[in-house]
Structures are given as C-alpha cells and as structure tokens.
Write a protein that binds this ligand. Structure first.
Ligand code: MLT
Length: 266
C-alpha cells in the first residue's frame, strides 16, 4: 500500500506491505525505496514492511541544504508515529540508511527491537572524502544526476553483478537518474558531517545483524566485521559475489539472512 504522510509541512512517501512485526527498510544514497523491490514480497510474508523514501528522495518532499543523519532519523520516528506503528521495529538500513540507523539507536532507541546494518560504516569520512562530497554536491546541483550512474555503478555493484545481471545495473541506474539533485546534494553534505560512532558500538544491546557483500569496496567486509565485533553479540555475515547493493544483487540471500535473524529468539 502506498501512503503520502504529512509531517509538519513536508509530505513523505512510504510503501507498506504485509503483516507481522514491523520491519523498517531504509534506503541508501542516492536512491529511494525501489532499491528494496526485489526483497519486499518475501519479507512481507512475515513482517509489516515499511519502506519510506527519505526526505527529498523518490516521491518525498522536504528539501534542505544539509540533511544531517540526525534529521533523517527524526523523520523516520515521525513517520512511524504517523503510521501509528507502536510496536518496536526491526531497523534495517543500507549504507546511508545504516548511518541513519546509528542515529535512530542514539535518539529513538525506545522504537527499536533489533538492528540490521547492511553495507555500511561506523567510521566518519576522512577529510578527503568529506571534501569530495562537497564537490559532488555542487556538481549535481549544477549539472543534474546524468553523470552520477557512470561514476557510481562500478562502486555500488560487484564486477560479477555487472557482468551477469545487467538488469540490476539498469534498475539501479534508473533509480539514481530519477532522484532530485537537491536531495543528493543535501545528503552528501549530511554524510560529510556525520560523526564517527565507533565508541557507541559497545553500548548497543539490541540483537544486531551486520551483513556485507564480499566485494563491497565502499564498506569492505574487513571493516564491517571489525565494527560488528564491537557490538555485543552481533552476528556478521558475508554474502558472496555481491558488492555494496546486496538486496539488489542477491535478494534471496538477503531475505534468508534477515528472516533467519528476525525469527530467532532474542
Ligand atoms: C550509500 O550507498 O548510501 C553510499 O555509498 C553511502 C556513502 O556515500 O557513504
């Protein structure tokens, strides 16, 4: 079911499907909820799946100059209120969605039952990375999104996916091209100023799954395994042959890992 929800003066798009314990799917950059299309049907057989478009992305409005991860987490808490979801949720975020996940835990931990972090980082940007995001933000504002897929696809997908699943590359390209440059610029600036959360990790007492594509070059398995070890009891899982976009590159393995984790007793 598609919803348009108004929070303050901003309209947000959210897709919900299924019944059961709530599972919030938070997309990465510069994407929208369609990145979850291949996994939603199977997840919705067991869960109430909630897949929003973050502020400014997809069909959501609310453009800002900088979109800090804290603001995006607060938006999600407001959306859960607007949907009248009161049961604690399983938060599942990919990459930028994962950066928001850390803030969700910090600011709205009463909303969370479990945490699933896909292809994401706990570290902040280096100075070089943060500066590059500023340049990229200016570039998309001046030139639009047309050059973004070419620059990003080889980083987002494994070589095997690009070779064997050209339809995945096509879908990803289409999603990126549909995004509003203002949302992309705001998110780049927000990610550039996100904090290093490594010191938060030992305090996370939620059941946590950390999932990573074996060929992810943006948030490599070794880095993800190292931060998973700092979260008490967290499970780390690597999906072979996938890059940064595991739910699109290997939806079946992603669904299996999420459902196995979410069905386990705490
Ligand atoms: C994402 O997939 O959300 C991005 O790769 C995150 C980032 O740019 O750090």
């Amino acid at each position: 079911m598609d919803h348009t929800l108004t929070i303050g003066d901003t309209r947000f798009f959210v897709r919900t499907e299924g019944k059961g314990s709530p599972l919030l799917l938070v997309h990465g950059f510069p994407l929208d909820h369609h990145m979850w299309d291949a996994v939603i049907p199977q997840l919705a057989a067991k869960h109430l799946v909630i897949a929003p478009d973050l502020r400014g992305f997809g069909k959501s409005e609310g453009h800002v100059e900088i979109a800090p991860m804290e603001l995006l987490a607060d938006d999600l808490a407001s959306l859960l209120n607007a949907l009248e979801v009161t049961a604690p949720i399983t938060f599942c975020g990919l990459s930028m969605g994962g950066y928001i996940g850390w803030q969700m835990w910090r600011r709205h931990s009463d909303r969370l039952a479990r945490l699933i972090q896909l292809d994401t980082r706990a570290a902040a940007d280096s100075e070089v990375q943060a500066r590059a995001r500023g340049v990229n933000a200016e570039h998309v504002l001046a030139n639009g999104m047309s050059e973004v897929p070419q620059a990003m696809l080889p980083k987002l997908l494994s070589e095997k996916t690009i070779e064997n699943q050209p339809q995945v590359a096509d879908s990803l390209r289409d999603i990126i091209l549909r995004q509003d440059p203002r949302a992309a610029a705001a998110a780049q600036r927000g990610m550039a100023q996100r904090p290093d959360v490594t010191n938060w990790l030992p305090e996370i007492s939620l059941p946590t799954l950390v999932l990573c594509g074996s060929d992810d070059g943006i948030s490599p398995p070794a880095e993800m395994q190292a931060f998973a070890k700092r979260i008490p009891g967290a499970q780390f899982l690597e999906i072979p042959n996938a890059g940064h976009m595991v739910p699109m590159e290997d939806p079946n393995a992603t669904v299996e890992a999420i459902l196995e984790f979410s069905s386990r007793a705490n």
